[in-house]
Design a binder for this molecule. Structure first.
Ligand code: GLC
Length: 666
């Protein structure tokens, strides 16, 4: 890797221009008649993945040109239709259609399309590969699956034997813990099928819930622990299918009020819908994949974490299954590059951290995390490292890899140096001078010491420390965010010393963070006026509930991976033991409320899949700690030396060295 070279570029200020030479990103727009394509679609309708292919072409074809000259009403109709240009697969037999609008919109789209704008490069490459793969992998007859999308699945009783449809539980029948056994059964019951093959798990399978909202969808982030559990069990197909299908969704045209986000965006979730086939007999149906990129989600926020998690899962799949052919495929390589392109694009920002809006990750509602939240930075760093490992070395990607290396070093430096707090650092901030104008200012971000609020002073133990939630010019968000801290350990964004200090901190603050149910999503809660202003008086995020310092059992798996990496699995084992006391009895809730996590969350869904999968992954990793390798990334020596090279070569930093040395940990 050209890491050192990359650093010199950072230091010299030479900005890379990394996509100009990459053929994957040239957007040559071709315009041609849709009629021809519709015909092809129809002809191939009986073979699900070819429909996939054709639908994908159609998707890419709906460009912004569509909106030219349309009135407001038509525009909104089109926006809906855009969303409903779905991956299709003809169902094996007639099933009840519940979505009333899909068929109609689809027809409208077909009849009303005049011109299509095809981004030939991306769709051409990807669909061909996918078609070839499909022929071998996704033939319903071959697998003998009953076609079963989420819509049908949710009606299945929980008592259904989880093995339904998979027919391949190859695990030896050794005596299994009854809670684990139940968890496996529930996990299998949450599986979603598309064209007869498993492609994901629904968010919650709660038969008692009257308001399903979008919990009957496959969420990208929620599937990660499910995927890891299946990988650990040696069931690779569902993960492979998930990765490939979500990859297809990545190139969807997505718009909200005529605005489109970047091309590489992955959806927050998708749903398998069964719709009637137009023009065919009354009973013919097809299955379609309907993604949500945020254009339907509550709050309309784009999920920045989806693509990052997708890269992390892709690497885990390769590591665990040994099948590297997936990550080597051209369409998959293109998918990785599209995500990187979106994340590494130059903007106005002075910071190497990713600038995102509120609600762009697991906390997908307004919680005052906009800016540079730690969770996104940890996932970003992790995804960059994973991508670097998987990107095929080729002429076209040299600039991209250089940009990636630059960012890795700058990002890790920034987080380690400026996000870290412990008692000593807090005291330092408390004594900061403000309004310093110079290159070697100690208080670079002009933090006002009064921000060091009494709760953090009291809360900080003598030993241990953590990475703060967010850093902007002036404000520091001192809240402890669990996922960001834990994933900084797993990914190596935090140094080894910092990682150990974070685990010391978790131990020291056990009764706050683990309490009666692991793990607090953040600490402390926003209360009073702060809650009113920051959340907009969100009734779901009241103090000590849901995202506002509720407790989320799913976080157990990430905690376990971090503890194993630091050779301290006993911490995770203790937390799992606490969870085990109630989680099954409480019916696997999505989250818990109150300071000590004593209540099942006010609006928590029961049988939440990632609570189930998170528990399973934690158990499986504790039973075989070496398996955590597929999740963990270590800092490579080249990065470390580039890092120190950065410190010693940066003239500005040298001037401020006296102060910075005090806080820098490698
Ligand atoms: C909630 C969570 C989000 C999760 C979704 C589905 O919206 O905030 O992180 O992905 O539910 O479980």
């Amino acid at each position: 890797m050209a890491t050192k070279e990359a650093i010199l570029q950072v230091l010299s200020g030479a900005g890379p221009c990394f996509f100009s030479s990459d053929p994957c990103f040239r957007s040559s727009d071709l315009t041609f008649s849709s009629k021809l394509h519709i015909k092809r679609v129809k002809k191939r309708a009986s073979w699900c993945m070819k429909m996939f292919k054709c639908s994908n072409v159609l998707q890419n074809g709906i460009g912004n040109h569509w909106f030219k000259g349309l009135g407001d009403r038509d525009r909104s109709v089109n926006a809906t239709i855009n969303r409903l240009q779905l991956l299709r697969c003809k169902g094996p037999q007639a099933e009840r259609v519940s979505g009333v609008t899909e068929g109609g919109n689809g027809t409208w789209f077909v009849d009303g399309a005049n011109t299509l704008n095809l981004n030939g490069v991306a769709s051409g490459e990807r669909t061909d590969c996918f078609g070839a793969w499909d022929a071998q992998q996704l033939t319903p007859e071959k697998e003998g699956f009953a076609s079963k999308g989420a819509l049908n699945q949710e009606k299945e009783s929980l008592a259904t034997n989880g093995v339904v449809g998979t027919g391949r539980d190859a695990s030896p029948k050794v005596s299994v813990d009854p809670i684990e056994e139940e968890a496996w059964e529930l996990l299998r019951n949450s599986m979603v099928y598309y064209c007869g093959s498993p492609i994901g798990t629904i968010a919650a399978n709660d038969p008692t819930s009257s308001s399903v909202l979008n919990y009957d969808q496959v969420f990208i982030r929620d599937f990660i622990p499910s995927g890891i559990a299946f990988l650990l069990k040696g069931e690779y197909d569902i993960v492979r299918n998930f990765l490939l299908h979500t990859l297809q969704l990545q190139s969807w045209e997505k718009t909200m009020d005529c605005h489109s986000p970047g091309q590489g965006l992955m959806p927050a979730s998708f749903k398998v819908r069964t719709v009637r086939l137009d023009g065919d007999d009354d009973f013919a149906t097809e299955e379609v994949l309907d993604p949500d990129f945020g254009e339907a989600a509550i709050g309309r926020v784009a999920p920045v974490d989806s693509g990052l998690w997708w890269i992390i899962l892709l690497r885990a799949y390769g590591k665990c299954s040994g099948d590297l052919s997936l990550q080597e495929r051209i369409d998959v390589q293109t998918g990785i590059k599209m995500i990187l392109r979106l994340c590494l694009a130059d903007g106005f920002d002075m910071f190497p951290t990713l600038l995102v809006t509120d609600g762009s990750c697991m906390i997908d509602r307004r919680m005052g995390i906009h800016g540079h939240p730690l969770e996104i930075q940890a996932l970003f760093y992790s995804a960059l490292l994973c991508a670097r490992e998987m990107l095929a070395p080729e002429d076209g990607s040299a600039d991209l890899i250089r940009a990636l290396n630059n960012r890795l070093v700058a990002l890790s430096f920034h987080i380690r140096e400026y996000y870290w707090i412990d008692l000593r650092k807090l005291n330092e901030i408390y004594r900061y001078k403000t309004e310093e104008y110079s290159y070697d200012a100690v208080n670079k971000f002009n933090i006002y010491p009064d921000q060091v609020s009494p709760w953090v002073v009291e809360w900080m133990p003598n030993h241990g420390g953590y990475l703060i939630g967010n850093l902007q010019p002036a404000p520091m968000d001192f809240r402890f965010f669990s996922l960001g801290n834990i994933w900084s350990i797993v990914s190596g964004l935090a140094t080894r010393d910092q990682s150990n200090a974070i685990l010391d901190f978790v131990e020291a603050k056990w009764s706050d963070l683990i309490a009666d149910m692991p793990l607090k999503i953040c600490y402390p809660a926003l209360e009073g006026q702060e809650w009113q202003i920051i959340t907009g008086s969100d009734p779901k995020n009241t103090p000590w509930s849901y995202h506002n310092a509720g407790s989320w059992p799913t976080l157990l798996w990430q905690l376990t991976a971090a503890c194993i990496k630091m050779n301290r699995p006993e911490i995770a084992a203790r937390a799992v033991e606490i969870a085990e006391k109630r989680i099954s009895r409480d019916k696997w809730p999505e989250y818990y409320d109150t300071k000590k996590a004593r209540f099942i969350g006010k609006q928590a869904h029961l049988f939440q899949t990632w609570s189930i999968a998170g528990y399973l992954v934690a158990k499986l990793l504790l039973a075989d700690p070496s398996a955590a390798q597929m999740l963990v990334t270590d800092e490579d020596p080249e990065l470390v030396s580039a890092f120190s090279c950065m410190i010693s070569t940066n003239p500005r930093r040298k001037r401020g060295q006296k102060n910075s040395k005090k806080t820098f940990m490698v």
